[in-house]
Design a protein around this ligand. Structure first.
Ligand SMILES: [Fe+2]
Ligand SMILES: [Fe+2]
Length: 278
């Protein structure tokens, strides 16, 4: 552990740019039009309450984890990352609170851990990552899962309440992914072989648990008409791509440009809704 510095440099311009973006992009759930149509049958509302549960718990875990890792970054003199994590913590708090409000609006409850034990395994595995690089990698994988989950609803149910919320949350999640990728790329050179292997093992374990989770939730995905196989194969592909990009693998793919197009469309839609007072 290094010595705490009172007056640190803030030199990493890319991380500082992400921090400014994170600060400026804050919103609260009371700016959402909660009278937007839910657009789901009673049976579909129950199915959404079920399939949303792991993501909902993931928002809480991400918030708590950010709080745990923040002091590690402070003592490692990673001040820019420490600042960024402050915005991420508030993002995840907002996602958690917004989804709580969604459950109340739909008059449904999430699963409890005893109803979906696999979900407990996922979070247990994620929380085993106590070292900051491992945690950022685990949270990146969870953010990728969240990305494909929310994108599916944003595409299939664009003008419903959950579709609108999904787009808002996705814009925040894109920043988290950009941060994690940048942070891990910079750190990779300093990680020894054992640490790199533990990152790959974490990815494999989390992906395996995601497949198992899907086996439990498959009947609900049928009710909603969403393609769980596609979500998981996209997740697997993206984990591979991110591993390449941060230097855990060898091939480098560039997928950011294609994502930026749809995110920009959603940002404009959010601004339009805010301007019209919806
Ligand atoms: Fe989130
Ligand atoms: Fe996130």
């Amino acid at each position: 552990m290094r010595i705490l510095r009172v007056f640190p440099d803030l030199k990493d311009e890319r991380l500082m740019a992400l921090f400014y973006k994170g600060v400026k992009a804050q919103w609260a759930s009371d700016s959402v039009d909660w009278t937007a149509p839910i657009g789901l049958s009673e049976e579909q509302k129950t199915a959404l309450a079920h399939v949303l549960t792991p993501v909902y718990l993931g928002e809480q875990t991400a918030m708590a984890g950010a709080g745990t890792i923040l002091p590690q970054m402070m003592f490692a003199q990673e001040t820019e990352a420490q600042l960024y994590l402050g915005t991420m913590l508030l993002d995840e708090a907002r996602h958690f609170e917004t989804l709580t409000r969604l459950y109340l609006t739909m008059d449904r409850r999430p699963y409890e851990l005893r109803d979906l034990r696999t979900m407990y395994r996922y979070h247990h595995r994620l929380l085993q990552a106590r070292e900051r690089h491992e945690w950022v990698w685990g949270i990146l994988i969870s953010d990728l899962f969240a990305k494909h989950f929310y994108s599916t609803f944003a595409d299939q149910f664009p003008d419903t309440l959950f579709g609108i919320l999904s787009k808002r949350i996705l814009v925040d999640e894109a920043r988290h992914q950009a941060f994690s990728q940048r942070y891990l790329s910079q750190a990779m050179g300093s990680l020894d072989e054992e640490r790199r292997r533990s990152l790959l093992a974490l990815a494999r374990d989390l992906l395996d648990i995601c497949y198992e989770l899907y086996r439990h939730l498959a009947p609900d995905t049928v009710v909603l008409g969403i393609d769980g196989d596609r979500i998981l194969s996209n997740l697997q592909r993206d984990i591979g791509r991110k591993a390449d990009k941060i230097g855990l693998g060898e091939n480098v793919f560039d997928d950011e440009e294609e994502e930026e197009g749809i995110l920009q469309a959603w940002r404009e839609e959010i601004e339009r809704r805010q301007a019209s007072g919806d």
